[in-house]
Ligand binder design. Structure first.
Ligand code: PMP
Length: 369
């Protein structure tokens, strides 16, 4: 009994954190990391203080990769890379590594992050847009099955979950091109068929671990030596060096490994998919049933990880956020470019936090009526 009281108290000190990223991490992971912080498994030093080439760290790094491979059933002909520079550096590195200057690239522009990806690719190559939903303010889009993908582009780039607008899709257009996907805000939220992609990449700071780490899953035959490319910008050079071309973000890599282990203990990605579907369904149902709140994204493209919603009267936004904060519900403000609210409900955000948000939203609506 006393253990469960202690447990409840610990949980109660934790905010219900709906941050879009850096986002909530599982409490169990944070506590394991704290237990290891000053003395990693009797070595007398922290993981932060170890050489990345030490046997201890190599074991941590290899275990993290092995667990990620298990979680996603990553085929052997794919390399896993643990890099720095964020998803944003990949907006430039992917065109540099996967295409020649003469080739064009195909991109689906569906939200803020694909706009950034298109901008950066456009500095280097001709970019053909297979979709552009700017006129719909990224709240609706055409069915991917109808997108026309040019056959001579080097690859097709997708952002299947737009973190800011909260628009998401699982369909893929018909194409023989390798698909390059920015899965920053959706990776590990449900099972994924890696073999459908040429490259998957994600900034870690949502569903993987702390910021400072970028995870890539790359079909090996797509990586090649590119003439004149600085080594630090070469995916092949990073892959050949086992992501240790220079000092990798060791602590973030270790924490990602702890998150992968936690995901396996939870039952893997099928279980996370069930939980995430239930969380999103409950939250959208509450929004749809209310006359104060509404969800701007067309129903069929609603993201299950990032749930934007607006209040009928934007003058209430500030009060909503202040009272939510007082109730322990934090990081609910929509992105500064869109306003309104956004609840990001990644793996580490439990159903109990979503339930607390829904209860608060009901009570707030009643108070405002
Ligand atoms: N792509 C997506 C879908 C994102 O959500 C983000 C960050 N929120 C980025 C790219 C940029 O990632 P980073 O800050 O790691 O460069």
């Amino acid at each position: 009994v006393s253990a469960s009281i202690a447990d409840a108290r610990r949980h109660s000190q934790r905010a219900h954190n709906f941050s879009a990223g850096p986002a909530a991490l599982p409490l169990e992971v944070l506590e394991r990391v704290r237990a290891d912080l000053t003395d990693y498994q009797g070595r007398g030093l922290s993981v932060m203080e170890m050489s990345h080439r030490s046997a201890e760290f190599i074991a941590i790094a290899e275990q993290a990769e092995a667990d990620l491979r298990t979680l996603l059933s990553i085929p052997d002909d794919y390399a896993v890379l643990f890099l720095q520079g964020g998803a944003s550096l990949m907006f430039s590195m992917l065109p540099m590594n996967l295409s020649t200057a003469e080739q064009s690239l195909a991109y689906a522009l569906t939200g803020h992050w694909s706009v950034k990806a298109v901008e950066e690719a456009g500095r280097l190559r001709d970019v053909h847009l297979v979709e552009d939903n700017r006129a719909a303010k990224h709240a609706d889009m055409r069915d991917p099955a109808g997108w026309e993908v040019p056959s001579d582009a080097a690859y097709l780039h997708l952002t299947p979950n737009e973190t800011i607008a909260g628009i998401a899709y699982e369909d893929r257009p018909a194409t023989a091109l390798p698909i390059v996907a920015d899965l920053s805000s959706v990776i590990l939220s449900q099972p994924l068929d890696v073999s459908r992609y040429g490259v998957i990449y994600a900034g870690a700071q949502k569903n993987i671990g702390p910021a400072g780490l970028t995870v890539l899953i790359v079909r090996r035959d797509l990586m090649r030596a590119v003439d004149g490319l600085p080594k630090q910008l070469s995916l092949k050079a990073h892959a050949d060096a086992g992501s240790m071309l220079n000092t990798p973000p060791t602590f973030a890599w270790y924490m990602a490994g702890q998150v992968f282990r936690w995901l396996l203990e939870q039952g893997g990605l099928a279980e996370m998919g069930r939980r995430n579907t239930a969380k999103a369904a409950a939250l959208y149902a509450a929004i749809d049933a209310s006359s104060l709140y509404s969800a701007p994204v067309a129903a069929r493209w609603r993201s299950r990880t990032n749930v934007p919603f607006t209040l009928a009267d934007p003058a209430l936004d500030e009060r909503f956020l202040a009272e939510a904060g007082a109730a322990g519900l934090v990081n609910l403000a929509g992105h500064r470019s869109v306003g309104g609210m956004r609840a990001s409900i990644y793996n580490a955000v439990e159903q109990a936090s979503v339930d607390a948000l829904i209860s608060f939203m009901h009570a707030f609506e009643a108070r405002c009526a």
